[in-house]
Write a protein of this length. Structure first.
Length: 141
């Protein structure tokens, strides 16, 4: 018999975890002026269609994407929510579509991997708070 055998009722307490960034952060999401990219990706029926369209976009704009200064080293940004980033609205926002696409397209499971190829994933539609010291350009206050 162990200690868990005697639990005859569900727990009464709840635990809620709130993660807030420590230090200066910058919101990274696809800027509103690039709704054509978001709209095009969302309108497609399958992930394979989205991935192939994104790959052709990346190939077409390879020079602009490679010219973007991006952080080196793995980064675990704070997930600021998918739709409105409401708890983090006061933070500065990345307004450069190539910087945002470069960062979001290189994320895997919530981790930014700098040497990863830009690929389609759900993180493209997300909103993440990256440490500000890593992003020196393309940010609006």
């Amino acid at each position: 018999m162990d200690a868990y055998s005697n639990m005859s009722a569900p727990p009464r307490s709840k635990i809620q975890v709130t993660v807030k960034p420590v230090g200066e952060h910058v919101l990274v999401k696809l800027p509103s002026h690039c709704n054509s990219i978001c709209g095009k990706l969302r309108s497609m029926k399958s992930d394979s269609d989205r991935a192939s369209w994104l790959q052709s976009f990346v190939d077409e704009h390879r020079q602009e994407l490679d010219a973007v200064v991006r952080p080196m080293g793995f980064v675990v940004p704070v997930d600021a929510g998918v739709s409105d980033c409401s708890p983090f609205r006061s933070l500065p926002v990345v307004d450069d579509v190539f910087l945002a696409l470069s960062l979001l397209g290189r994320m895997s499971g919530g981790i930014y991997i700098p040497r990863r190829e830009i690929t389609y994933s759900s993180s493209l539609f997300g909103c993440y708070a990256f440490p500000a010291k890593l992003l020196t350009q393309g940010v609006s206050k």
